[in-house]
Every structure is written in structure tokens, then in C-alpha cells.
Design a protein around this ligand. Structure first.
Ligand code: 5HY
Length: 242
């Protein structure tokens, strides 16, 4: 089976890290390809960034369909473009936030989320509500580290770990979810240090897509997530037209 991991931001170093984390858990016979769109924001830290990430993300899903990918992961904790991607993909499309939250709900009574900037916390609460996970989510705690600084700030690992520890102390939660695809490589290290399970959404979503494919589960071709009605899209979006 072939799974396409789409990092909706255009930072290729982050994309290759995400791909390595997905490959580390994928089963034998599962081919992982991790990509960034040709267009879009270098990182996603606002509603504006998220909106501008969606056309490039969808273009990657279109390309994936043309080259026969079986399933997709949207590797950004805002799960941007998730429903639109599901409309145009035949196979499963899973966002890393939804995967992490559902998996976290199986581990105990509650989880905490460690996010990058405080301004991203509202989106995480919104997704928890949307996915029916708000009753499990006890807190969203910001490290105040920008997405791309996760790889450049020498203190990043320490700050993320300290934030995770603080989250568990404050929330008394049973698990911690890493609220950025760029934290995927910190999962095991943090888990060893804080004494509760830590979930990386990239690995969680990859295995969820793999499991759905093994079960032969694909979206319903009818109703809300049926293929969009062909129409003209003008201007810079004209390539998206039928
Ligand atoms: C992410 N932004 O996972 C989110 C995290 C965030 O570029 N990749 C990004 O802070 O919203």
C-alpha cells in the first residue's frame, strides 16, 4: 500500500523529518511518501496561514489520486483542508490532530495538548470540540516556540519537555499530545521523561490510515463527501477546475 503524507507547509526539512517518523512506524509493505506543496506558507501559525495552505494541500491530493496513492495523512495539527481532501480522495484521509485526539482518548480519562504558540490554542480547542474530544481535553499548553524554531532553537526540546511536564501537573491528565507535526521526533524522548504516554499525531495518523486500508475501509462515495460537482474555478485556481 502507498500512503502520502502531506506537510501543508513548504519547509522541506520539516517534511523529511515527518516522513522519517511515519516510516519508523509503518508496517512492511507500506510505502510512505512525504511531500510539501509547491505553493503555500513556510509554516502554519494563524488562520491566514492555514487558509493559504489549503490549495497547495489539495493539489497534492489531486496528484496523489492521479498516481494511485491509497491513503493520505494531513501532517499539520490544524488538520487544514481535511473535509475538502476527503471529497477528492478515494481512500482514507486522516489529520494528525484527529488521530492524536482519538488515540489519546483510549489511554485514560483525559489528555493535554502541548502546542507551539498560544495563538494556536483556540484552534486546538475548536478541533477537540468538532471531533467530540472536548471532554477528554483538559488543557492546551503553549511552549511559545514558533513552528520553524523547533528545529533551530537549541532550547526547543527542553522547553517542549518542560511544557509537557507542566501540562500533566496542572491538568492531572493521562496522556500528552504533541500539537505540531514538527514535534514528531520528540515523542519518545518526552515520554521517557514525563511518565505518561506521549502521542505524535504523524505516527498515529499513519497507522490509522494503514489500519483502515488493511480493513478495506474507504469513504462512502455518496452524500456529503462525494466527489465535488465539476465547475469552473477562475484566476490562479483555474487548474482546480474539472
Ligand atoms: C503544524 N503548524 O503541525 C502546525 C502546528 C501549529 O506548520 N505545522 C505547522 O502550531 O499550528
Amino acid at each position: 500500500m502507498r500512503i502520502k503524507i502531506v506537510n501543508p507547509n513548504t519547509t522541506l526539512t520539516m517534511t523529511s523529518k515527518i516522513g522519517a517518523c511515519a516510516r519508523a512506524v509503518a508496517g512492511p509493505g507500506t510505502l510512505i511518501e512525504a511531500v510539501s506543496p509547491d505553493m503555500g506558507p513556510a509554516s502554519i501559525e494563524s488562520h491566514y496561514d492555514e487558509a493559504l495552505s489549503v490549495p497547495g494541500l489539495l493539489a497534492e491530493i489531486v496528484k496523489g489520486e492521479q498516481s494511485g496513492f491509497d491513503g493520505y495523512v494531513i501532517a499539520c495539527f490544524g488538520d487544514p483542508g481535511l473535509e475538502a481532501a476527503r471529497e477528492i480522495a478515494r481512500g482514507p484521509v486522516i489529520g494528525i490532530a484527529e488521530a492524536a485526539m482519538h488515540l489519546g482518548s483510549f489511554l485514560g480519562r483525559s489528555f493535554s495538548v502541548v502546542t507551539t504558540l498560544e495563538r494556536s490554542a483556540g484552534r486546538t480547542w475548536e478541533l477537540a470540540e468538532k471531533y467530540g474530544m472536548a471532554r477528554f481535553c483538559k488543557g492546551v499548553h503553549a511552549c511559545e516556540i514558533a513552528v520553524l524554531a523547533l528545529d533551530t532553537d537549541p532550547d526547543a526540546r527542553k522547553v517542549v519537555t518542560e511544557t509537557a511536564l507542566r501540562a500533566v501537573e496542572i491538568d492531572k491528565s493521562d496522556a500528552v499530545l504533541l500539537g505540531c507535526a514538527g514535534m514528531a521526533d520528540l515523542c519518545q524522548e518526552i515520554s521517557d521523561k514525563i511518565g505518561v504516554p506521549v502521542i505524535d499525531g504523524v505516527a498515529a495518523a499513519t497507522l490509522l490510515v494503514e489500519s483502515m486500508l488493511r480493513l478495506g475501509l474507504r469513504k462512502s462515495g455518496r452524500g456529503e463527501f462525494a466527489t465535488p460537482i465539476p465547475k469552473v474555478y477562475s484566476g490562479i485556481l483555474s487548474a482546480f477546475g474539472g
